[in-house]
Design a protein. Structure first.
Length: 149
Protein backbone atom coordinates (compact mmCIF):
# COMPACT_ATOMS: atom_id res chain seq x y z
CA UNK A 1 0.00 0.00 0.00
CA UNK A 2 2.88 2.32 0.74
CA UNK A 3 4.17 1.90 -2.76
CA UNK A 4 0.73 2.65 -4.22
CA UNK A 5 0.43 5.77 -2.08
CA UNK A 6 3.80 6.93 -3.26
CA UNK A 7 2.87 6.21 -6.86
CA UNK A 8 -0.36 8.15 -6.41
CA UNK A 9 1.58 11.05 -4.96
CA UNK A 10 4.05 10.87 -7.79
CA UNK A 11 1.30 10.83 -10.45
CA UNK A 12 -0.59 13.70 -8.84
CA UNK A 13 -0.65 16.67 -11.18
CA UNK A 14 0.64 14.61 -14.06
CA UNK A 15 -1.24 13.71 -17.20
CA UNK A 16 -1.34 9.92 -16.86
CA UNK A 17 -2.74 7.70 -19.57
CA UNK A 18 -5.37 9.36 -21.77
CA UNK A 19 -6.97 8.13 -25.01
CA UNK A 20 -4.00 9.23 -27.07
CA UNK A 21 -1.67 7.49 -24.64
CA UNK A 22 -3.67 4.26 -24.84
CA UNK A 23 -3.71 4.47 -28.64
CA UNK A 24 0.06 5.01 -28.77
CA UNK A 25 0.58 2.13 -26.36
CA UNK A 26 -1.53 -0.21 -28.51
CA UNK A 27 0.41 0.93 -31.57
CA UNK A 28 3.60 0.22 -29.63
CA UNK A 29 2.43 -3.32 -28.78
CA UNK A 30 1.37 -4.03 -32.38
CA UNK A 31 4.73 -2.84 -33.71
CA UNK A 32 6.49 -4.88 -31.05
CA UNK A 33 4.68 -8.04 -32.18
CA UNK A 34 5.26 -7.25 -35.87
CA UNK A 35 8.94 -6.79 -35.19
CA UNK A 36 9.23 -10.28 -33.70
CA UNK A 37 8.82 -11.46 -37.30
CA UNK A 38 10.24 -8.51 -39.22
CA UNK A 39 13.30 -7.86 -37.05
CA UNK A 40 13.56 -4.42 -38.58
CA UNK A 41 15.81 -1.77 -37.05
CA UNK A 42 13.48 0.97 -38.29
CA UNK A 43 10.51 -0.52 -36.39
CA UNK A 44 12.75 -0.99 -33.35
CA UNK A 45 13.63 2.72 -33.38
CA UNK A 46 9.96 3.65 -33.90
CA UNK A 47 8.92 1.53 -30.89
CA UNK A 48 11.63 3.14 -28.76
CA UNK A 49 10.51 6.62 -29.82
CA UNK A 50 6.89 5.64 -29.12
CA UNK A 51 7.58 4.42 -25.59
CA UNK A 52 9.55 7.61 -24.87
CA UNK A 53 6.62 9.73 -26.12
CA UNK A 54 4.15 7.64 -24.06
CA UNK A 55 6.22 7.99 -20.87
CA UNK A 56 6.88 11.67 -21.51
CA UNK A 57 3.17 12.37 -22.00
CA UNK A 58 2.19 10.30 -18.95
CA UNK A 59 4.64 12.00 -16.64
CA UNK A 60 4.21 15.46 -18.10
CA UNK A 61 3.05 18.14 -15.69
CA UNK A 62 1.79 20.32 -18.52
CA UNK A 63 -1.72 18.89 -18.28
CA UNK A 64 -3.33 21.53 -20.49
CA UNK A 65 -1.01 20.90 -23.40
CA UNK A 66 -1.37 17.13 -23.09
CA UNK A 67 -5.16 17.29 -22.91
CA UNK A 68 -5.10 19.63 -25.91
CA UNK A 69 -3.15 16.97 -27.83
CA UNK A 70 -5.66 14.38 -26.69
CA UNK A 71 -8.61 16.46 -27.93
CA UNK A 72 -6.92 16.87 -31.31
CA UNK A 73 -6.29 13.13 -31.46
CA UNK A 74 -9.96 12.35 -30.65
CA UNK A 75 -11.09 14.70 -33.43
CA UNK A 76 -8.83 13.01 -35.99
CA UNK A 77 -9.98 9.60 -34.75
CA UNK A 78 -13.63 10.56 -35.14
CA UNK A 79 -13.05 11.85 -38.66
CA UNK A 80 -11.12 8.74 -39.59
CA UNK A 81 -13.72 6.33 -38.19
CA UNK A 82 -16.76 8.16 -39.59
CA UNK A 83 -16.95 6.33 -42.95
CA UNK A 84 -16.58 3.04 -41.10
CA UNK A 85 -19.45 3.86 -38.75
CA UNK A 86 -21.65 4.60 -41.78
CA UNK A 87 -20.81 1.26 -43.33
CA UNK A 88 -21.42 -0.50 -40.01
CA UNK A 89 -24.81 1.19 -39.68
CA UNK A 90 -25.78 0.15 -43.19
CA UNK A 91 -24.87 -3.47 -42.50
CA UNK A 92 -26.66 -3.59 -39.13
CA UNK A 93 -29.85 -1.85 -40.20
CA UNK A 94 -31.68 -3.89 -42.80
CA UNK A 95 -34.99 -2.02 -42.53
CA UNK A 96 -33.79 1.39 -43.62
CA UNK A 97 -31.87 3.06 -46.40
CA UNK A 98 -29.36 5.77 -45.71
CA UNK A 99 -29.03 8.52 -48.28
CA UNK A 100 -27.14 11.77 -48.18
CA UNK A 101 -29.08 14.98 -48.82
CA UNK A 102 -27.75 16.51 -52.01
CA UNK A 103 -27.95 20.04 -50.63
CA UNK A 104 -26.86 19.99 -47.00
CA UNK A 105 -25.11 16.59 -46.84
CA UNK A 106 -27.24 15.42 -43.93
CA UNK A 107 -27.64 11.66 -43.84
CA UNK A 108 -31.32 10.75 -44.14
CA UNK A 109 -32.77 7.55 -42.78
CA UNK A 110 -35.53 6.26 -45.04
CA UNK A 111 -37.83 3.27 -44.61
CA UNK A 112 -37.26 0.62 -47.24
CA UNK A 113 -39.75 1.06 -50.10
CA UNK A 114 -41.80 -1.81 -51.48
CA UNK A 115 -40.51 -1.34 -54.97
CA UNK A 116 -37.49 -0.02 -56.73
CA UNK A 117 -37.42 3.32 -58.47
CA UNK A 118 -37.34 7.02 -57.75
CA UNK A 119 -38.43 8.26 -54.37
CA UNK A 120 -38.99 11.89 -53.48
CA UNK A 121 -37.90 12.85 -50.01
CA UNK A 122 -38.06 16.20 -48.28
CA UNK A 123 -34.96 16.81 -46.20
CA UNK A 124 -35.96 17.82 -42.64
CA UNK A 125 -32.74 19.79 -42.28
CA UNK A 126 -32.81 22.13 -45.29
CA UNK A 127 -36.44 21.51 -46.40
CA UNK A 128 -35.34 20.84 -49.97
CA UNK A 129 -36.67 18.01 -52.05
CA UNK A 130 -34.34 15.18 -52.96
CA UNK A 131 -35.03 12.54 -55.54
CA UNK A 132 -33.33 9.26 -54.85
CA UNK A 133 -33.04 6.29 -57.12
CA UNK A 134 -33.52 3.31 -54.86
CA UNK A 135 -32.44 -0.05 -56.19
CA UNK A 136 -32.73 -2.12 -53.07
CA UNK A 137 -35.73 -4.35 -52.55
CA UNK A 138 -34.77 -5.88 -49.27
CA UNK A 139 -38.17 -5.45 -47.72
CA UNK A 140 -39.55 -7.98 -50.17
CA UNK A 141 -36.66 -10.32 -49.46
CA UNK A 142 -37.31 -10.04 -45.73
CA UNK A 143 -40.98 -10.97 -46.16
CA UNK A 144 -39.90 -14.01 -48.13
CA UNK A 145 -37.52 -14.94 -45.34
CA UNK A 146 -40.31 -14.73 -42.77
CA UNK A 147 -42.57 -16.99 -44.81
CA UNK A 148 -39.94 -19.64 -45.27
CA UNK A 149 -39.51 -19.99 -41.50
ZN1 LIG B 1 -30.81 18.74 -46.73
Amino acid sequence: MKFLNKLQQFMYGRSGLDSLGIFLFKLYLVLLVINIFMKSNVILIVTLVLIIIILYRMLSKNIYKRSDENVKFLKIKKKFLKPFSNIKRKINDKNHIYKKCRYCKTILKLPLPNKRGFKKVKCPECKKRNKFLILREEKIELIRNNKSK
